[in-house]
Design a protein around this ligand. Structure first.
Ligand SMILES: Cc1cc2nc3c(=O)[nH]c(=O)nc-3n(C[C@H](O)[C@H](O)[C@H](O)COP(=O)(O)OP(=O)(O)OC[C@H]3O[C@@H](n4cnc5c(N)ncnc54)[C@H](O)[C@@H]3O)c2cc1C
Length: 485
């Protein structure tokens, strides 16, 4: 087992992309195998030492940033032991990077669907946050593909859960451990929204037990290995950037794309006028006068290309965009450039905020489809009144935009906080979620409480205490430390 105590080496484990400051820890522990991990967990549990699990460190909510105790890094669990076309699945250690799993799947003509823009995320981290990303429009979030999890509980016991193996009901809520002990999981009464969500624990009467551990943000167990479902790799992907003078036209365009199921759309991404400005810093050819953009990808395998081109030309013109300023990827190199350009926006936002001593306020709200226009109009109208630097972009295909507010002074920090809460309340009032893909971490406790009330959060704490009675795992994630007392 590797143990790092050197201050400079530890520093990189005290950060993620949230810009949350002040993390501290005495040591970082890096087990090389299950036996070492089990022995570490048993000792930490006996001594009640807080353990913050670290994946790739790309999270946006400070959830892998420790405030005391020990960091447990899963980086040595980095083996892909199987990629099978027969079972359409891969078995990967929690520390395997998403980009490596993707590459291994693609070598066999398969496709790993989880697509958080940040490819250096680790598989364990994406399961622990139930990550999604642009292509979840077509494929759904990570949860949908998790077939089996191998985990170590806070007490050091090793468990494996396969999907379909055990359903928990209020009448029969016992989780039977291999050693014979039973843990009663008190299934909460709160109702989750009927859209993708990473806000707190998954809970439903009759739920598959595996779902409890997906999106748990390192608070219930240490994930060591994941069996993930794969799909066939799309043979050809058509990707396109369409620029609009008017934001409203881009929303209409996206609306129509979403409706047309036969098109096999993989992703529909939005960039508001400020995001287009950031794109223009990276690419000098962004059309002049562009105030919004939609990036979309379509699986064109088996489709008639001529008919498609005609269709797209009409769609683009019908929504007041110009064919002259529409970019179409002609080959894999162009497609990779488009993906990189799309990625440059969150990256640029993070760079801007890193240069200040403030943190960004980034929403992760999604709402049901029929409420999207009301939500996006609310953002725009609010910013007409509140002059705060902001950038809006994200997964318009799933009615899920990230509003990033970038404060530059203490007063703006206060206003950004108020505005974020306003957006959260609006999203909840429309039946949405306060976190569709990033999780709650250490920054969004108040939002979770807005969504499920203090009662709902209390119910989550009961689950946490059932699985981790000494409350050592992921302290401060999902709910404040004080709630655990
Ligand atoms: C530029 C940029 C773009 C992004 N775009 C997207 C996007 O489109 N969609 C999206 O979903 N996310 C996105 N993210 C967020 C981030 O990539 C995801 O949240 C990702 O799932 C985090 O994985 P990680 O390995 O980096 O986890 P970390 O940041 O290391 O940890 C995240 C959480 O997972 C827990 N954890 C990690 N490993 C384990 C384990 N083995 N067992 C139990 N718990 C564990 C940690 O304790 C922590 O609570 C983006 C981030 C950046 C920087």
């Amino acid at each position: 087992m590797l143990i790092k105590t050197d201050k400079d080496t530890i520093q990189s484990y005290l950060e993620d992309s949230s810009n949350l400051k002040g993390g501290y820890v005495e040591k970082v522990v890096i087990p090389g195998n299950i036996a070492e991990l089990v022995s570490f967990m048993k000792e930490a549990n006996a001594k009640k030492i807080p353990v913050t699990i670290s994946g790739g460190g790309t999270g946006t909510t400070g959830s892998r940033i420790p405030f005391g105790g020990t960091v447990l890094s899963m980086e040595k669990f980095d083996k892909i032991s199987e990629v099978s076309g027969k079972s359409m699945s891969a078995v990967a250690g929690a520390g395997v990077l998403v980009e490596d799993l993707k590459a291994a799947a693609e070598k066999k003509g398969l496709f790993y669907t989880s697509h958080p823009t940040e490819k250096t995320a680790a598989v364990g981290g994406t399961v622990a946050t139930n990550a999604s990303g642009s292509r979840s429009f077509r494929y759904g979030p990570t949860r949908k593909y998790v077939r089996r999890l191998k985990m170590v509980l806070a007490c050091g016991e090793v468990v494996e859960i396969a999907r379909g193996q055990r359903h928990l009901t209020r009448a029969d809520p016992a989780f039977k451990l291999p050693g014979g002990r039973e843990i009663i999981i008190p299934i909460p009464a709160y109702k989750m929204p009927d859209i993708k969500s990473s806000a707190g624990y998954f809970a439903k009467d009759g739920m598959d037990m595996i779902d409890l551990f997906i999106g748990q943000e390192g608070t219930l167990s240490v994930i060591t290995e994941v069996e993930m479902g794969l799909v066939d790799r799309p043979v050809s992907i058509f990707s396109c950037f369409v620029f609009f003078k008017n934001e409203g036209d881009s929303w209409d365009f996206a609306e129509e794309l979403k409706k047309t199921e036969a098109l096999n759309i993989l992703s529909v991404e939005y960039f508001d006028h400020n995001a287009v400005r950031l794109l223009a810093v990276k690419n000098k050819n962004i059309p002049e006068g562009a105030n919004a953009a939609i990036f979309f990808e379509q699986d064109t395998s088996g489709k008639n290309t001529d008919a498609l081109i005609g269709y797209w030309e009409k769609m683009i013109c019908d929504h007041n965009a110009s064919l002259d300023t529409t970019w179409v990827a002609m080959n894999e190199r162009d497609a990779a450039l488009f993906t990189q350009l799309r990625y440059s926006v969150p990256e640029a936002v993070n760079d801007i905020i890193r240069r200040t001593s403030y943190r960004k306020f980034s929403t992760d709200i999604a709402v049901p489809g029929d409420k999207f226009r009301e939500m996006v109009s609310f953002y725009v109208d609010t910013f007409k009144k509140e002059k705060l630097e902001h950038v809006i972009f994200g997964h318009i295909g799933e009615n899920h935009l990230h509003v990033n507010i970038l404060p530059g002074s203490d007063d703006e920090m206060r206003r950004a906080q108020e505005l974020s809460l306003l957006f959260v309340r609006k999203g909840i009032s429309l039946g949405g979620t306060v976190s569709a893909e990033h999780g709650i971490g250490k920054l969004k406790h108040a939002y979770l409480e807005e969504m499920y009330g203090t009662g709902g959060v209390r119910e989550m704490v009961k689950i946490k205490k059932a699985l981790d009675p000494n409350c050592i795992l992921g302290v401060g994630n999902i709910f404040p430390k004080e709630n655990l007392i």
